[in-house]
Design a protein around this ligand. Structure first.
Ligand SMILES: Cc1cc2nc3c(=O)[nH]c(=O)nc-3n(C[C@H](O)[C@H](O)[C@H](O)COP(=O)(O)OP(=O)(O)OC[C@H]3O[C@@H](n4cnc5c(N)ncnc54)[C@H](O)[C@@H]3O)c2cc1C
Length: 384
């Protein structure tokens, strides 16, 4: 089997396939968690609050368990459990409220806390203007690009052949693809193919995906905390999400890169291969406004580091995990839509079950729903 793309989706799928006895080649153009990949950032949030959507809550539950299992096997900590504080500036807290019961059933805790309790527990966060606050205790953050490399290394140990190269989809005939061609002029034959190419997936299959996987520029900013001040470290500061006019979120820690803030709104369309990764002044202004509003001690904190990444969104914000409509041995895997990283281990299990004919396509992730959409459809943001 050939898996193209060693990001969160492809890496975990290759690993799972190999562990289940398949012969696997994993190919990536620039390497696992590279600076252009959507999985290439320093950190990513892991949480299970998901607007009450059971499919995702179950996947998050499974992913949490698997991240822990692999951490033990690797003897490395990549999941930092800080908890997550959900801060709602309007009275509409359905995103959390509808998640609490299904999460409880799955032994995950999400509870409403009073503004007074939140302010007492986290004095470094200003709660003015908030209507409701929820606390998710099992949430935290993952070391993203480090985890990608750990998964790649685990693949190699499990017998996966890992190649650096650009793969092009081979021709499809009689409902099958028989090879991919590589940038060095060689080709790889296989019985089945998984294309987990993140923001490149649309361009790789322009006739069936094209605009349906949209790559948008997302700026991620890191601000410097005062010298010796531990209030914004992962030991004392949780992951936070502020849901107001826009959704903004942040992560403490970040391998000493600073206090991370990002805006979840979709940026402009980009070509993930060639766009210049320069942060826009507007993003810095938006982040500063959030610092002033919620983290006044950091209002004048200097910008010390920045990343420019891209979301690879489907119009409805749900993943794509389904067969190519014209080829029964080509699995299309992607559409992380700004919330896919945490799910990597669960996605790897589900995708490899499909490839090994042991699983069924989840309707929410099916290609058919994308096929029937029109380009005019508005893209939704449904993540944290
Ligand atoms: C700023 C930002 C913040 C995010 N925050 C979160 C979060 O907090 N929590 C969360 O769960 N998710 C988050 N996400 C989303 C998550 O990071 C992505 O959904 C996920 O990483 C996508 O993984 P992927 O494997 O599909 O894509 P990628 O990581 O992009 O991997 C695709 C790989 O395919 C390779 N490739 C592409 N084309 C070819 C080809 N033709 N030949 C060979 N190789 C090829 C690339 O080099 C790349 O390594 C965030 C994303 C961004 C950008």
């Amino acid at each position: 089997m050939v898996v193209v793309g060693a990001g969160a989706f492809g890496g975990w799928t290759a690993l799972n396939l190999a562990q289940r006895g398949a012969t696997v080649t994993l190919i990536d153009a620039w390497g696992a968690g590279n600076a252009r990949a959507s999985s290439g950032g320093e950190t990513r949030v892991i949480r299970a609050a998901y607007n009450g959507q059971r499919v995702y809550i179950e996947m998050a539950r499974r992913a949490l368990d698997l991240w822990r299992e692999y951490e033990t096997a690797w003897q490395r900590t990549v999941l930092h459990r800080t908890g997550a504080l959900w801060m709602f500036e309007t009275g509409d807290d359905a995103f959390a409220r509808t998640s609490a019961d299904p999460m409880r059933e799955m032994r995950l805790m999400l509870e409403e806390v009073s503004l007074a309790d939140a302010a007492k527990r986290f004095p470094q966060i200003r709660t003015d203007g908030l209507q409701r606050v929820w606390w998710e205790s099992d949430a935290g953050y993952l070391l993203a690009r480090e985890a990608c490399e750990l998964v790649r290394a685990a693949c190699v140990r499990a017998g996966v052949e890992y190649l650096t190269g650009k793969a092009n989809a081979g021709p499809i005939s009689s409902e099958r693809m028989s090879y991919v061609s590589l940038s060095d002029g060689t080709r790889r034959d296989a019985d089945a193919f998984v294309f987990a190419c993140g923001p490149w997936l649309g361009a790789l299959f322009p006739d069936i995906l094209g605009w349906r996987i949209r790559a948008t520029k997302q700026d991620v900013l890191y601000f410097g905390t005062p010298a010796g001040d531990r209030q914004f470290d992962a030991e004392t500061m949780p992951v936070w999400v502020n849901l107001g006019q826009r959704i903004m979120y942040g992560i403490p820690g970040n391998e000493r890169r600073g206090f991370k803030i990002a805006d979840d709104s979709l940026g402009g369309d980009v070509d993930p291969t060639s766009f210049e990764r320069t942060v826009s002044p507007a993003s810095v202004m938006t982040a500063r406004a959030m610092l002033r509003r919620r983290f006044p001690l950091l209002a004048r904190a200097p910008l010390v580091h920045a990343e420019v990444c891209q979301y690879e969104s489907t119009p409805d914000g749900h993943y794509l995990m389904d067969w190519h409509p014209a080829a029964r041995n080509v699995l299309l895997l992607g559409g992380g839509s700004g919330h896919g990283f945490k799910m990597g281990p669960a996605i790897g299990e589900m995708a490899s079950s499909l490839v090994l004919s042991e699983g069924k396509v989840v309707p929410m992730f099916a290609y058919e729903r994308l096929r029937t959409m029109t380009p005019a459809r508005r893209y939704v943001r449904r993540r944290a």
